[in-house]
Every structure is written in structure tokens, then in C-alpha cells.
Design a protein around this ligand. Structure first.
Ligand code: ADP
Ligand code: ZN
Length: 731
């Protein structure tokens, strides 16, 4: 990358703002001049907006007509490598540059001066009088000792008014301090010794360290069964990166996992890293953004959006659980954080580690083709052994209707209760029952604004739409035919499984883990810790439990419906089921006790079920890859999904048909266009949805063609058209 150009006072320069314009605007450099990449404030109409100096002026306005840049912010300029990343990422996802810049400017209060501000911590005094509201505030401070709160934030976190905080300050129970904004993060010490590594761990760690020492870009798949010590290994890579004075970023798929990870970082490096996700306060985000730009935040742990932080010298990106579907952003800018991590690293000359027990087929294929390096950890650390997997053939089990735990599974759970060990019952369905229907007319209760059934959530005593979140009371009379007392449910959700478990094992202590049953990530984390410490005998859970939580005393996993994910036409159905079943099974037998996973299935001969049971992963991936290659689908071909939505069904279809009629530009690059067809979820939030699918050979330049294609049609104001490159969801 070249040096950043400097423009003297009065020189015409182009400034890219975050406003929805399709180009940069020209301004005059202020006294002192500006450097390319400088963050600035500029006038736009009557307002002042944030922007970045992008280059020399683009228009040929006379200089005296240009308005001057108002201020240059006191933050390091955006580096050319980062701008390059934004441009390339925007080009790949067909996202306008301004939308990419918006992702990079998500730092609250960026334009404000440093100054000091008041923050609140636990004091030593007792409140003069205790109220529920006051207790809530004190609880928040006790629960979140590492967080920095302003008065409003603290009040919001506790769900009380700001006056409550003031009252507590007066009595000394809460301490008010003046904090310099954006204090430095405590230093991390990479020289502290890590855990002594097992042989294969040490080899893998050394390979990663060597890659970091060598410098430059490279991606490595770190594959290892759950519990094999992938985290220990990549922390060694982080250590090497820190020791060389560069910054590291670790992406995790879920906030609930960050807490455990932060503790491990603290144990390894002596202090906690910077955090960036929806659960941290605004002040903390601002601080992380700035310190990342200054290079002072050496390690950031975050959600996918942390890929857009302005690191000064990024040397390593770890994507943990790289196969996780939550890495795909499904609204706004549609991107895969895994792919963007690789792109960012390529722009920065950084290393990428993709860690997973069950990598995505994309990553597996890239490693096969030698584009990524690959390291394998084949055994669990220490005494822990991989669980045995067996199928329960449901065709041979006697089960009354409305019951789902087979006698075989029931017996296995009973044995665990006798032995004082934990069991997990897995069902990937939130709520009580997926269907509520009327036994008089047969009608199922649907959402009035979506093409989806309402799901009963008995704990909340509501029906809920999983598409739009709308809720409704559970009806006594049928909304269709008006008959009273005939409403019934069909099928199981985790809540209903909980009921069955309580009936079968009345003595057992049971816990239900489902994302909607916890008000906050923190509450969930607390419950998970309680269970890990032995606070339950039987856990009933959704895929939430498949993700990296550690239950040392858990020795049995029972999968209620192993066939669930195999239905449907999603091209990744087999891959997802395989990953999920392996992940869930991996929860059993983490410590010194061997584990068993029992999969209830009606099709034990299904190739995917057989592959899961045999544990022949390489065989499964090779077979799956061969099928996708033959069909010319990702990762061996390219796809793009177009979704058009409109309150009016005909408008949506007309637009889809207009596109289909003008598809020559796509055919010219070897692409096929399918559709328009109603989307599988044909209506969400009152908007009708129509899909087109583009399929093309791997090398086909589809982005440019797509841009030309959609530019040919006029999108009515009421309609929305979104393009999803490499779609993960086909709903
Ligand atoms: P993974 O990320 O592959 O699931 P972890 O790194 O979380 O595995 O390791 C699983 C468990 O084993 C953790 O509790 C970890 O602390 C422990 N562990 C792994 N490697 C070692 C080691 N070399 N020494 C001590 N404990 C280890
Ligand atoms: Zn809905």
C-alpha cells in the first residue's frame, strides 16, 4: 500500500460520508490540511455529518464554490489497507461503499471531544433505605464488575429511572467517579506460561506460531473434536501475535460464550481483552473502537461486526466455531463473517485460524484444494474420550401418541440417575408445541402478518410467531370456526419435552435451556454454570446447548428427532444435520467418564444418519463434496439469491418477472436464473416475498453481471430488492 496523500489547506478533496448518497462529495481542506483517510466532520445541507477523506476531489467545481471541512477528528486516519478491505467487501457483497463505511463507523460518540465523564461503581456504604428498584441497581453492579456505566446506562440496565442511581450515590452505596474517557486497556502479557500442551497440541501451536512469525497472509483450518484443546492452541497463536506487537481479533458466534472465553484470556495473559458486541455499553464500544485504531487494544473479542474495527496492525483473526450459521448476517448488509475475515486478513497481511470440530463444507474443500492449511487435533485432551453413538430405531419402539421419549432412551436416562450422572435431551424446537389447531375444523393457527404457524410458548402463556416475534393469547375458541374448547396442540417443543421428562422422572431435577427462556445472556450464562456444577440431573435443550458449553458430569445425550433437519430442500440440510448431531453428541463425556449419544430416528439407513453413527467424517465430507460438485452448487459453483418483497403480491411478482425477462446479462456470464417463485416463507411482517435464484460456474464474474442486471429494472418505492451472494438461507 502506498503512503497516504496529504492535502494542504484549501486543496479540493473528496469526502465519503455515511449518508445514503451514491458518491463522495467535494470539500476544501481546512487550515493545517488533511491526510487521506482522516475522519472529518463536514457540512451537508443544514447538518454536520461524519465522513472520511477518500482522495482528491472528484468533480471540477471551482474551489471557491466548495464548502470547507469543519473539523478533523482526533483519531488515527483510516488506513489504506482498511479502505481497500471496505471497497473489496462492498464489491463482493454488492453493497454500496457508504453502507460499508457505516459498518466501520459504528462507534458511538466518535465525534465528541475526549473530556471526562461520570461513571458509577459499587460503593462501600449501605443504602439508607432499601427498595426493589435500588436492589436492581446494586445487582447490576455486582453482576457486571468489569463494565463501565454512565448514569443512564446503569439505570437502563437495571430497568429503573436515573433518579434511583442518584439516590444511591447520596447514601454512598454507589460510588460516582470521574473517568477520563477511553482509558487504556490493561496490558496483556504474552510471556506468561500457558498450560503445558499435549504433543499434538504443541505441534499445532508451533505451526501457527511459525506462520505468524513468517508474516503475511494465510488461512489455517484448525479442526479438532470438541474438547481437544483448540482454544488452548489458538491462544498460543494469539500470544505470538501479541509478542510481535501486532493486534489479534477472536470472533465468537455467541455472546453467552464470551464470558467463559474472557476468563480464559485473563488466566492466560493476566488481564481481560477488549470486547465488542451488542452486550457491551456504548462507552465501552467507543473505547474499544478508539483503542483498536490507536493499536492500544491488543486483543479484541467480539461478534462478527468487530471485523469492521479500524485496527492499526492486525496480525491474526480467529474465527471460533467457524461453521456456525450465526456468522452469516441475514439482514442489512448480507455477508459471511468467515469469508470477510479471510478477505480482511488478505488485505492486512494477517493470519486466519478457522476453528471447528465440524467445519463447513466450504472450508473443508478449501483445505482439500490447498488454499487453506489444515491442522488436526484428533483426540480429546486428557482422559476424555469421544462418546459412542448409537441409533434408536423408532419403528421398533412402543410409544403412546403424544410421547417422544422411547423406552430405550428412558432406560438409559434412568441408569444415569442411579449413577448420579447428567443426561441431555436434545430437541431443536423452541416453545411448547409447533402447531396449535382446532379439532372441530382442523384449521391451524397462523400469524396474521406472516406465512407461518404460531408456536405455543407455555411459560409465557402466549402464541408466538418465530418470523416476526408477534405474540397473541392462546385462544379458547377457534379463530376460524368459533367453536369453543376444541383447541389442541400437535408435536413437541422443548417445553413439552420438559413436561414429559417431569412425568417420566418425577424425582429428577430438570432444566430447560432455550434461548427464549432467558431474559439476558447473563442469566443464561448463570444457569449454564449452575448446571455445570451439578444443579440439574436432566437438561432439555435446543441447539443452544450444542455450542461449546462444558458439562463435565454429562454422560448421555438423547436426540429426540435426529431426522428433523433432513427434511426440506436446503442444499446444506445434510451438512447441517451432520454438524449439529456431532456437536450435540460432543456434549457427552467431557471429563473422565465415557459418554453415549443415542439418536432417535425413523430412518436409520439414511446415508447422513449412517455417516453420523460411523464417525467417518472424511468419508462424509468427500461424499457430500462429490454430490455438490456434480450438481455444480457451492462451494463448487456460485449462487446468489434475490428476494423481492412488497405489501402487494402482484407488485412483487411483476418485479420478479421483469427481472427474469431481462436475464440475458446473467446468461452471458454463464449463469442460470430460476424463478420468480414465492419464497418458502411467502409473507413476513405483511410483506409478500418472491425469490429468484442465480446459479453460475465457480469462476463466473457474477457480481458485475448482477449489478448490471438489477440496474435494468425500476424498483417501486414500496418494494425492496436484496441480493444475497452465497446465500445460506433459502427461506
Ligand atoms: P476445544 O476448544 O477444542 O473444545 P478447549 O480448548 O476448550 O477445547 O479444551 C477443553 C478442555 O480441556 C478445557 O477445559 C481446557 O482447559 C482443557 N485442556 C485442553 N488442553 C489442555 C492442556 N494442554 N492442559 C490442561 N488442560 C487442557
Ligand atoms: Zn409473524
Amino acid at each position: 500500500m502506498g503512503r497516504m496523500a496529504h492535502y494542504p489547506a484549501g486543496a479540493p478533496v473528496a469526502v465519503l460520508t455515511t449518508q445514503p448518497l451514491d458518491r463522495a462529495l467535494d470539500y476544501r481542506a481546512p487550515a493545517g490540511g488533511v491526510t487521506e483517510g482522516d475522519f472529518v466532520k463536514v457540512p451537508l445541507g443544514p447538518r454536520t455529518v461524519l465522513g472520511v477523506v477518500w482522495g482528491p476531489a472528484e468533480g471540477d467545481w471551482p474551489i471557491e464554490k466548495l464548502r470547507p471541512i469543519l473539523t478533523v477528528l482526533d483519531v488515527p486516519p483510516m488506513r489504506p489497507e482498511f479502505r481497500d478491505f471496505l471497497e473489496r467487501a462492498g464489491g463482493y457483497t454488492l453493497t454500496p461503499l457508504v453502507a460499508m463505511l457505516r459498518l466501520a463507523l459504528r462507534a458511538p460518540g466518535l465525534g465528541e471531544p475526549p473530556g471526562k465523564r461520570k461513571v458509577y461503581a459499587l460503593g462501600t456504604g449501605e443504602p439508607d433505605r432499601r427498595t426493589e428498584a435500588r436492589d436492581k441497581v446494586l445487582d447490576v453492579l455486582r453482576d457486571r464488575p468489569a463494565d463501565v456505566f454512565g448514569a443512564t446506562e446503569l439505570a437502563e440496565a437495571a430497568g429503573v429511572s436515573a433518579g434511583v442511581v442518584k439516590g444511591l450515590v447520596a447514601s454512598g452505596a454507589v460510588l460516582e467517579q470521574a473517568l477520563a474517557r477511553d482509558a487504556d486497556f490493561p496490558p496483556l502479557d504474552p510471556a506468561r506460561p500457558g498450560k503445558p500442551l499435549a504433543l499434538d497440541q504443541a505441534d499445532a501451536a508451533e505451526t501457527l506460531r511459525a506462520a505468524i512469525r513468517a508474516g503475511g497472509y494465510g488461512t489455517t483450518l484448525l479442526k479438532g473434536v470438541t474438547g481437544s484443546g483448540k482454544t488452548e492452541v489458538y491462544l498460543e497463536a494469539v500470544a505470538e501475535c501479541l509478542a510481535r506487537g501486532r493486534q489479534a481479533l477472536v470472533l465468537l458466534p455467541e455472546i453467552a460464550l464470551t464470558a467463559e472465553f474472557l476468563t480464559r484470556v485473563e488466566a492466560r495473559f493476566g488481564a481481560r481483552p477488549a470486547e465488542w458486541h451488542s452486550g457491551v455499553t456504548q462507552a465501552e464500544r467507543r473505547r474499544t473502537w478508539r483503542k483498536a485504531a490507536e493499536g492500544q487494544a491488543r486483543l479484541v473479542v467480539g461478534a462478527r461486526s468487530s471485523l469492521y474495527l479500524p485496527f492499526r496492525d492486525l496480525g491474526l483473526i480467529v474465527v471460533d466455531e467457524e461453521h456456525d450459521t450465526s456468522y452469516k448476517q441475514e439482514d442489512g448488509v448480507l455477508y459471511s463473517a468467515r469469508d470477510m475475515a479471510v478477505l480482511r486478513a488478505a488485505c492486512e497481511g494477517a493470519q486466519v485460524v478457522l476453528a471447528s470440530a465440524t467445519p463447513s463444507l466450504e472450508t473443508w474443500a478449501n483445505a482439500e484444494q490447498g488454499k487453506y492449511a489444515r491442522l488436526d487435533l484428533t483426540s480429546r485432551f486428557g482422559e476424555a474420550r469421544m462418546p459412542k453413538l448409537r441409533a434408536i430405531d423408532m419403528r421398533a419402539e412402543e410409544l403412546p401418541s403424544g410421547r417422544w421419549v422411547s423406552p430405550t432412551l428412558q432406560a438409559a436416562i434412568e441408569q444415569r440417575l442411579i449413577d448420579g450422572e447428567q443426561s441431555l435431551i436434545f430437541l431443536n424446537r423452541r416453545g411448547y408445541a409447533p402447531v396449535t389447531l382446532c379439532r372441530a375444523c382442523g384449521q391451524q393457527v397462523g400469524c396474521h402478518q406472516c406465512d407461518a404457524r404460531m408456536v405455543e410458548h407455555r411459560f409465557q402463556r402466549r402464541l408466538m410467531c418465530h418470523q416476526c416475534g408477534e405474540t397473541a393469547p392462546i385462544p379458547e375458541t377457534c379463530p376460524s370456526c368459533g367453536v369453543e374448547g376444541k383447541m389442541a396442540v400437535a408435536g413437541p417443543g422443548v417445553e413439552r419435552m420438559g413436561e414429559e421428562v417431569a412425568t417420566l422422572f418425577p424425582e429428577a431435577r430438570m432444566a430447560i435451556l432455550s434461548s427464549d427462556l432467558f431474559g439476558s445472556a447473563r442469566a443464561l450464562k448463570a444457569r449454564v454454570e449452575e448446571i455445570a456444577a451439578g444443579g440439574a440431573d436432566i437438561v432439555v435443550g435446543t441447539q443452544l446447548v450444542a455450542k461449546g458449553h462444558n458439562f463435565p458430569n454429562l454422560t448421555l445425550v438423547g436426540v429426540i428427532d435426529a431426522d428433523l433437519g433432513l427434511q426440506g430442500s436446503d442444499l446444506r440440510a445434510a451438512e447441517r444435520t451432520f454438524q449439529l448431531m456431532r456437536q450435540v453428541s460432543g456434549r457427552a463425556g467431557r471429563a473422565d467418564k465415557p459418554g453415549v449419544a443415542l439418536l432417535q430416528t425413523y430412518q436409520p439407513e439414511h446415508p447422513v444418519i449412517r455417516a453420523i453413527l460411523s464417525g467417518d467424517e472424511e468419508g462424509f465430507w468427500a461424499e457430500e463434496a462429490a454430490q455438490r460438485r456434480a450438481a455444480g452448487v457451492p462451494p463448487f459453483g456460485r449462487m446468489a439469491g434475490i428476494v423481492i418483497s412488497d405489501p402487494d403480491q402482484r407488485t412483487a411478482f411483476a418485479l420478479g418477472e421483469a427481472l427474469a425477462r431481462r436475464a440475458e446479462v446473467m446468461e452471458e456470464v454463464g449463469a442460470e436464473v430460476f424463478g420468480p417463485a414465492p419464497a418458502p416463507i411467502a409473507r413476513i411482517r405483511g410483506r409478500h416475498r418472491v425469490r429468484l435464484l442465480v446459479k453460475a460456474p465457480r469462476q463466473s464474474p457474477i457480481q458485475a453481471a448482477l449489478a448490471r442486471w438489477v440496474a435494468q429494472v425500476e424498483v417501486p418505492r414500496s418494494a425492496r430488492l436484496s441480493i444475497d451472494i452465497d446465500p445460506q438461507s433459502f427461506l
